[in-house]
Design a protein around this ligand. Structure first.
Ligand SMILES: N=CN[C@@H](CCC(=O)O)C(=O)O
Ligand SMILES: [Zn+2]
Length: 417
């Protein structure tokens, strides 16, 4: 057999190749291959077997994993990738105890990033997005979702979506785009949120036609959009053929989790204060809970999502950074894996499902990403770790040794001295 790339001498290989989304107790069931090898050809995985058998394979390039852990490339299912400026001055407000929604009410928070994004040039936004994508790649992410939502006017929302589309072409990472025009109410529409939602929904046709986003998302929250407004807006989006996502039950318990299930959203995201009923409904639905524990940590709160109960009830869960300039400023999904272990009490096995196969399903990429199997994208990470439990255990640093995207080395950890 002749292949482009062979990764051999793998200590532990996590294939994560269960049929997803993986729900409930199945999330805690893991097959680990020891002493394995994986081959790719034309960017796709073509062979998985033992390192012993791999000696018969002729590869243009052979990578010795040196007994390390190898997993699928991480899938990041919730980011606000494209934005102008930064908000470091908000940290002091948070320390003084000013709530996140109060900062927003006073025209700061999301709205301050809206001003910066409106002012930023297309080229500057693109350059910045590519920088953050590089950093995600260095941390082992190979597929990422990106939301708009810092324009809140037609022109700037489209600018963000076009930047996302070009970043997807320019950068090796795969980007899945989500239209989040309904992220906040801009000052111009403060008295008329309905009219603002009408304005954003006028973009649906153009976004579809130009293939600028696959999903439509809305922030269902106190002072932003109500459950009723969200329902109407999302139904319109569904009629236009978009998949649905909701920023649901992040700060106040409005019933966004139940709404996500009701409208058949692919994912309900945050769910930090989901009700008992919401958790039950989620568990018996096809909607995936995208859980963002880094946001709770970064906002200095202690209401962590009840992901443990969600899984125990039978739900499928994914975990994400929520990378954005306000509520979670990190590209490091490995750090979030540690927070998921420590604060959500998820097991390492559950966490690996949450950042690979389930995360891929939460963004409609379950057929190609998040799993090591023949025919899937050749997206793999060699970790500086002896086993899969090590990554959440050793927290706050980057363990990625080699990141392989479509069968090619995208990142290799540099040497010191
Ligand atoms: N909660 C709404 N949106 C983002 C935060 C955006 C921001 O603060 O800029 C989130 O998912 O946390
Ligand atoms: Zn978000």
């Amino acid at each position: 057999m002749k292949v482009d790339t062979l990764i051999t001498n793998i200590g532990q290989l996590l294939t994560m190749d269960k049929k997803g989304p993986v729900k409930g107790s199945d999330m805690n069931d893991l097959t680990v291959m020891e002493g394995a090898a994986v081959a790719t050809e034309n960017g796709k995985i073509v062979w998985i077997g033992s390192a012993e058998k791999a000696v018969n394979i002729h590869a243009d390039k052979t990578i010795d994993a040196d007994g390390k852990l190898v997993t699928p490339g991480l899938v990041e299912p919730h980011t606000h990738l494209v934005f102008g400026g930064s908000r470091e001055e908000e940290m002091a407000l948070k320390q003084q105890g000013v709530p996140y929604l109060e900062i927003l009410k006073q025209g700061g928070g999301i709205l301050s990033t809206v001003n910066a994004t409106r002012e930023a040039s297309y080229d500057d936004l693109l350059k910045k997005a590519l920088f953050h994508l590089d950093r995600m790649a260095m941390h082992g992410i190979t597929t990422v979702e990106a939301k708009s939502g810092y324009g809140l006017d037609k022109q700037t929302e489209l600018k963000q979506l076009h930047v996302t589309k070009e970043a997807n072409v320019k950068h090796p990472l795969d980007i899945v785009s989500t239209f989040l025009g309904a992220h906040a109410i801009p000052p111009e529409y403060k008295e008329d949120p309905e009219a603002f939602l009408g304005l954003m929904s006028e973009l649906f046709d153009e976004i579809k036609e130009k293939n600028l986003a696959e999903f439509v998302d809305i922030f269902t929250e106190t002072g932003v959009f109500s459950v009723e407004q969200s329902r109407r807006y999302l139904k319109k989006a569904k009629e236009k053929g978009f998949g649905l996502k909701i920023h649901a039950d992040e700060i106040d318990q409005l019933g966004g989790t139940e709404l996500a299930v009701e409208v058949g959203a692919i994912s309900g995201e945050h769910l930090a204060v989901a009700s008992d009923n919401g958790i039950k409904q989620l568990a018996s639905s096809n909607t995936i809970g995208v859980i963002l524990p880094g946001t709770v940590f970064y906002l200095g709160k202690d209401t962590y999502p009840r992901a443990r109960e969600m899984i125990d009830e039978g739900a499928a869960i994914a975990v994400s950074t929520d990378f954005n300039p306000g509520s979670s400023v990190t590209e490091n999904l490995q750090l979030i894996m540690s927070i998921a272990a420590l604060k959500l009490k998820l097991t390492p096995t559950e966490i690996w499902h949450a950042v690979t196969v389930n995360a891929a399903h939460a963004i409609g990429r379950g057929h190609e990403a998040g799993t090591i199997a023949t025919g899937r994208m050749g997206d793999l990470v060699i970790w500086d770790a002896p086993n899969y439990m090590y990554i959440p255990y050793h927290y706050g640093v980057n363990h990625a040794n080699t990141v392989i995207k479509n069968g090619e080395v995208l990142y290799k950890r540099g040497e010191i001295r």
